[in-house]
Write a protein that binds this ligand. Structure first.
Ligand code: AMP
Length: 176
């Protein structure tokens, strides 16, 4: 879910356990700042809150993961059923974390983030947030089913304070 805190939790996992955090959103935001045709296209998609096409995303993630890398956290990928299928062809997933929170709480958090200059993102504007939610809702059920069927799904209530959410995340991943 957009704004549910997956980036914050992933960064903590990275710093405490040395597991590399790969955020497709961050990679795309960086790529969107260059002055090329493809960057302009990415920028347009990000700013509208739409999803970058599956083929592009699958290539991006294939290039990002190193062959010799044993552990990593994928943050924001897969976001569609197709992405999950392609991912399974070259990566063995240990667990899929699904962070949940009430939509009203998330909207409040995102609106707060939109006011923070350091964290400012064009796609945290109200109407764009609503589009991101719409796409999330369109894709999530199939993804949940996919990972539930494979017994990889761990659900985490993410509306609580960060320490509690982090504790539950570590438990879900059997880390400590
Ligand atoms: P995030 O930082 O994860 O909220 O992602 C920000 C934006 O990047 C999303 O709203 C999408 O436009 C794009 N994006 C990130 N990950 C993906 C993905 N796996 N598939 C398609 N678009 C993505």
């Amino acid at each position: 879910m957009p704004g549910v805190g997956k980036g914050t939790i992933s960064k903590r996992l990275e710093s405490e356990f040395g597991i590399r955090h790969i955020s497709t959103g961050e990679i795309l935001r960086k790529a969107s700042q260059e002055n090329t045709e493809i960057s302009r296209k990415i920028r347009g998609i990000l700013n509208s809150g739409n999803l970058v096409p599956d083929d592009f995303m699958c290539e991006l993630i294939k290039n990002e993961i190193r062959q010799d890398e044993k552990k990593f956290i994928l943050d924001g990928f897969p976001r569609t059923f197709k992405q999950a299928q392609v991912l399974s062809e070259f990566v063995e997933i240990d667990a899929t974390l699904y962070f949940t929170a009430k939509q009203e709480l998330i909207i409040k958090r995102l609106e707060k983030r939109a006011k923070d200059l350091e964290e400012f993102r064009e796609d945290d504007k109200k109407e764009i947030i609503l589009n991101r939610f719409k796409l999330f809702e369109k894709n999530i059920e199939l993804l949940l089913q996919y990972y539930r069927d494979r017994k990889l799904l761990r659900e985490i209530a993410a509306g609580m304070d960060i320490e509690t959410v982090f504790k539950h995340t570590k438990e879900a991943l059997e880390l400590d």
